[in-house]
Design a protein around this ligand. Structure first.
Ligand SMILES: Nc1nc2c(c(=O)[nH]1)N[C@H]1C(S)=C(S)[C@@H](COP(=O)(O)O)O[C@H]1N2
Ligand SMILES: [Mo]
Length: 202
């Protein structure tokens, strides 16, 4: 028994910026659910290239080997799906987005980006959300090669937005002046998708 016969109220975990670690309306899961609109493709297409296009000084394409030769990085972040599950402490390994951005050099009028999957999926976001410390093109999750169902061998990760911005089976980033809605954004999911503002639908 404590002196006052009462336990302290459970502390809500906070992020460094003061927001709750768990965004509003989310619940925690330890499993990693699979959410895909399309069927999981059977591996990387033989002609896969990462295509960097649109409003950049230096458009380019990388073969799989060239892409893998870029410097790798690892970090840990939480992942939040618009269908309300969140998974904490995912360790991601891959190519930091700035490895791509520093080579491409987005032009001053590039304000938005469309991520493309070779399956046809697309998702859009402001360049300032892509150009951030915690954004990478993922190859491994929790030490294992990314499973095909989770976008393996290569997916985007934008952990501060709902997971539909993290395109699985990534094969392109297209830099745009004007915003254009991607696959789910055309079908009612919120254009921006900030979990702490509960930007789920629009
Ligand atoms: N190519 C592709 N990427 C996608 C999706 C999809 O259907 N196709 N679904 C998105 C949605 S809605 C979510 S929640 C996450 C889920 O990632 P996961 O299946 O690895 O959990 O992937 C996102 N990326
Ligand atoms: Mo989702």
């Amino acid at each position: 028994m404590s002196l006052f016969g009462k336990k302290p109220a459970a502390e809500v975990e906070k992020r460094p910026d003061g927001l709750d670690r768990l965004p509003p309306g989310q619940y925690l899961t330890k499993k990693w659910p699979i959410l895909s609109y399309e069927r999981t493709p059977s591996g990387l297409p033989s002609d896969w290239k990462l295509k960097i296009s649109g409003l950049v000084e230096q458009p380019f394409e990388l073969t799989w080997e060239e892409f893998l030769a870029l410097p790798h990085t690892t970090f840990t972040s939480d992942f939040h799906c618009v269908t309300s599950w969140s998974r904490y402490d995912n360790t991601w390994e891959g190519i930091h987005i700035r490895e791509i951005l520093q080579r491409a050099k987005p032009l001053p009028n590039a304000h938005f980006v469309m991520a493309h999957s070779w399956t046809g999926y697309t998702t859009n976001m402001p360049l300032k959300d892509l150009d951030d410390d915690d954004v990478m093109i993922v190859l491994k999750h929790d030490g294992q090669p990314l499973e095909a169902d989770h976008g393996g061998p290569v997916r985007l990760l934008v952990p501060k937005l709902y997971a539909y911005k993290s395109a699985k089976w990534l094969d392109g980033l297209e830099f745009l002046e004007k915003d254009r809605p991607g696959f789910w954004e055309q079908r009612g999911y919120h254009n921006h998708a900030d979990p702490w503002k509960e930007e789920r639908f629009w």
